[in-house]
Write a protein that binds this ligand. Sequence first.
Ligand SMILES: Cc1cc2nc3c(=O)[nH]c(=O)nc-3n(C[C@H](O)[C@H](O)[C@H](O)COP(=O)(O)OP(=O)(O)OC[C@H]3O[C@@H](n4cnc5c(N)ncnc54)[C@H](O)[C@@H]3O)c2cc1C
Length: 390
Amino acid sequence: MKRNELMKPFDLIVVGGGILGTSHALMAARLGKTVALLEKNNRPQSATVRNFGQVVPSGLSGRWHGYGRRSVELYKEIHQEFDITVRAAGSVYVASDAEEWQIAQESAVIFAQKDFPNELLSPEETLARFPYLNEFYIQGSIFFPEDVSVEPDKMVHRLISYSVQKYGLKYQSDSAVVACEPKGDLIEVRTSRNETLQAERVVVCSGSDFNLLFPEIFAQSGLVVSKLQMLQTYPLPQIKMATNVLTGLTLRRYEAFEECPSFMKLSVPAHYVELKKWGIHILFKQANDGSIIIGDSHEYAPATQVHELGFDVKNYINELILDEAERIVNFPVRGIARTWAGYYAQHPDEIFEKEVEPRLQIVTGIGGKGMTSSLGFAEENVGRWFEKAN
Ligand SMILES: Cc1cc2nc3c(=O)[nH]c(=O)nc-3n(C[C@H](O)[C@H](O)[C@H](O)COP(=O)(O)OP(=O)(O)OC[C@H]3O[C@@H](n4cnc5c(N)ncnc54)[C@H](O)[C@@H]3O)c2cc1C
């Protein structure tokens, strides 16, 4: 940004260029507001670029299912104008035993009541459509044609470029925000480069970074950080996996399935005990280069103890993930090109929203649903903020 651009007050300053911050910035810019988006790193490199890129309203319940569906509409609409890497090939959840198949069948009824298209597939139909699955693993499956996926390492960067080009978003990277406070009728923001910006309203979407701003609020917030381990194979061009693949442990984990009458009665088969201890459920997602992203696990720490999660990737957990992956698919999963850990913040109230001062708001802790629901959620938030203001 040029110096004179920084000096005029903005309608909105957004702190944090992950999917949640970028969604708020874009949605406000679409309303014709002047918006600045400040990111501390050279490029966003946290949860938003370390995930699967599965955009799966099928996994969400309550209002988040609705935000997910609206986000899918927005992703598709934007992708028609500007390549943000959206691929529309649905998701399949593969049941591996009678209990999981029961959940899949019950969820089909619940989703039908929500007018969310889905299709129950027999083992034969599942194998015919998804021939990379192991026949003995499949008890049946449920397919959701409206889910989409995006390339996680590219999508948010392209969404920011789109927002800059189409709506005049002012985006500045390498700009850690170190202070936000009221100044007269405005909110003043100071960066680590000693620049000062002002806006009518500021929203802090700082993900799992609790040290730069409002550490005392985050310490009391009830926010928890989850560490996830992920793996990615070398390209496997012989595999054609356009669809997001989710599996039995996912049917036992995602909130959408908690609505099923049998969910509370699920047992824990002996084979799952160690996997559940590490919060493992197995997802597959093929990237555009043909490689397959495989994950994930979940370890947790409160906001004040995030350091306890460490920066290491545990080989023991990766082996558990790969052993279970080998049970599910028939392609070689052990040709691993890279592994990494991702971290996201979550909150028992589904998300953490706090008005620190009038028109200075923290919004973070969207948990494992940010790629799916942020656009729809942000659209509602900025609509409410600016409707009130007008
Ligand atoms: C391994 C993994 C797999 C996942 N898979 C999926 C999936 O398939 N589908 C799905 O829907 N969700 C998935 N998620 C969840 C999703 O990635 C998160 O919900 C989402 O990325 C959170 O976005 P965010 O913007 O809140 O946080 P972040 O992505 O952490 O972004 C926060 C940004 O704020 C910046 N920042 C922080 N403090 C400051 C400051 N003071 N000044 C300036 N900038 C600052 C950071 O540098 C960062 O770029 C997954 C998450 C992980 C980790």
